[in-house]
Design a protein around this ligand. Sequence first.
Ligand SMILES: Nc1nc2c(ncn2[C@@H]2O[C@H](COP(=O)(O)OP(=O)(O)OP(=O)(O)O)[C@@H](O)[C@H]2O)c(=O)[nH]1
Ligand SMILES: [Mg+2]
Length: 230
Amino acid sequence: MHLGHPHDHAAPAVSADATRPDGSRRALRIGLGGPVGSGKTATVAALCRALRDRLSLAVVTNDIYTREDAEFLLRHAVLPPERIAAVETGACPHTAIRDDISANLEAVEDLEEAVGPLDLILVESGGDNLTATFSRGLVDAQVFVIDVAGGDDIPRKGGPGVTTADLLVVNKTDLAPYVGSDLDRMARDAREQRGDLPVVFTSLTGEDGVAPVADWVRERLAAWTSAGAA
Ligand SMILES: Nc1nc2c(ncn2[C@@H]2O[C@H](COP(=O)(O)OP(=O)(O)OP(=O)(O)O)[C@@H](O)[C@H]2O)c(=O)[nH]1
Ligand SMILES: [Mg+2]
């Protein structure tokens, strides 16, 4: 079933199943998608390091044939192993995050049950093309990660990831001088495609390079929690 819709980014963050059976607010679920190698796992790892002391976190990774991304996170010990789950999609990655989300939903719910209550669950999609977006039945908000080395014309090319994601991350700004990417142009094009939706530029090689993304996550979480309290 196709639950996602490219135009529903303006939908309220509160979905019907936002509370647990006991009435408390379930974890906020944030999806990270984007082209192969743009830095999704590196962003997830850095977010875990930035947020894990204050928040109860878990991660679901999606890979086509392997558990590579989950193993990277385990190797780098960004979270205890019981807080990291891997889904092997066995097909186009977007199918598992958009069309048949059952394996991902099960992973998310199993994590809540095993290590919850959780504040936040990050769901990383397998690397895909510019059209891949998450179903709103799986995540409450989505981040699209592109990188400057993939070409500075990517924001201009648009696609639902670039135009409708709740946050666009342009990663690897440290590489811009080497690949001849024009960051001002990328920012201008992104603004044109996205209107008021936020865009941040990151370099994860620098200390606390993930800070703009972590700040956005904290804001979303505050809104999520206060909506529950209302
Ligand atoms: N120079 C530089 N390299 C980066 C940055 N972020 C990530 N990388 C590197 O880029 C490569 C790919 O990063 P990943 O985080 O694995 O990318 P991904 O989007 O998860 O890749 P897939 O899951 O395979 O689609 C790795 O070698 C990272 O170390 C950055 O800000 N600057
Ligand atoms: Mg990855």
